[in-house]
Design a protein around this ligand. Structure first.
Ligand SMILES: [Zn+2]
Length: 365
């Protein structure tokens, strides 16, 4: 499995920073020139066509290849734009021969001269130590890129991690939502629940409501930049929370010898009464999606498979007798005439695990 670690770098000296910013400028410049030539029908391009651009020819050729493929996609997309657009903060890309990671120092060459290397100290975060552990275990580093965002420098490194496998047969169904951010039900292969975990959404709901009202008042004043900062702050807060929830879920999954985690395919996001506003709904679906991504990635690291099922009826079906009855669900409580009285989100989590079990049975029948 390949994973990417985005490492924050400590602030470089002004001189170093200017050198790399100049590199980025040249990359943006050559990309615009290449796309312009491609548009005019010029297809036979080589690094020699851009003598005024201060980049090594290998980098120029790499940009030609990349812009060509971007341009092909752009033409197919029937975009209304005139031509490709490049962000002013294009990343500088390196293959694993070009950069070195030695302890917490990353050494990268400047694009112009092969002999000038620069050392960037990395911020020692948990992510960094995790990467270090993989390197010490002999995992191979792959492509990397240096990029500049909001006055900070980052280095994104890919690393190839061997796939872990386990033969565990327990199944964890996870329901994701607003009232409970996540509810997990762990079941044996024989459909018997052995453990559960709740992640209440009350605190998150409260904090997000606060952000929402501040944002609303700002909206009237049209402080666009302030709103954006607030959104970023809220997103960072949600990301932190999603990291915590996903770690706790995976810890439980490992402890209970789970072989497969099952979640809903949330492509069609459910409409909930709590989120009428379009912008809020987007934030909700973004947060749901991110939580699933975190769970999936941490599960894979732990050797646990992840499957997605169709969410249809998972909240209306009775997890005990199988009857589908919309009115059985009343807020937090699911009550069925068969005697099943259960938290409605736990009922959904069980149904999610169930649904996957059924597809397995159908496959083996
Ligand atoms: Zn029932």
């Amino acid at each position: 499995m390949q994973i990417t670690y985005v490492l924050e770098l400590l602030k470089p000296t002004n001189k170093k920073e200017n050198n790399f910013l100049k590199n980025i400028e040249q990359v943006v410049k050559i990309r615009y020139e290449i796309s312009k030539l491609l548009k005019s029908g010029e297809n036979n391009l080589s690094s020699a066509d851009f003598p005024h651009i201060e980049l090594p020819s290998a980098i120029k050729n790499q940009d030609i290849r990349e812009v060509k493929s971007l341009y092909r996609r752009f033409k197919k997309s029937n975009s209304k734009k005139e031509n490709l657009d490049f962000k002013p903060n294009q990343p500088l890309c390196y293959n694993n021969q070009n950069y070195k990671i030695d302890n917490h120092i990353i050494s990268i060459p400047l694009y112009t001269t092969k002999t000038t290397r620069f050392a960037f100290p990395v911020k020692k975060t948990k992510r960094f130590y995790e990467l270090q552990e993989h390197i010490n275990n002999g995992s191979k580093l792959g492509k990397a890129s240096l990029f500049y965002k909001k006055s900070k420098w980052y280095f994104a490194v890919t690393i190839q991690i061997p796939n872990k496998n386990n033969n565990n047969t327990n199944i964890m169904g996870i329901d994701i939502g607003l009232r409970q951010l996540a509810v997990a039900s762990i079941n044996t292969f024989k459909d018997k629940e052995i453990n559960r975990q709740f992640h209440n959404g009350k605190q998150a709901g409260f904090i997000r409501k606060k952000y929402r009202s501040v944002r609303k008042n700002m909206g009237e004043l049209k402080k666009i930049k302030a709103i954006k900062n607030l959104n970023d702050k809220e997103q960072r807060w949600m990301s932190d929370l999603n990291h915590k929830i996903s770690s706790q879920l995976i810890n439980l999954a490992v402890q209970e010898q789970v072989g497969t985690i099952v979640m809903e395919n949330l492509k069609n996001i459910r409409n909930t009464a709590q989120s009428i506003n379009e912008a809020d709904r987007n934030l909700d679906s973004w947060a749901f999606y991110q939580l699933q991504q975190f769970i999936e990635y941490k599960a894979k690291m732990a050797g646990i498979k992840v499957e997605y099922i169709n969410p249809k009826y998972t909240s209306q079906r009775c997890s005990k007798c199988g009857k589908v009855e919309k009115s059985n669900r009343n807020g937090n409580l699911y009550s069925c005439s068969c005697g099943n009285h259960i938290h409605s989100d736990l009922n959904a989590a069980r149904n999610i695990a169930d649904k996957f079990l059924h597809t397995l049975e159908q496959q083996s029948a």
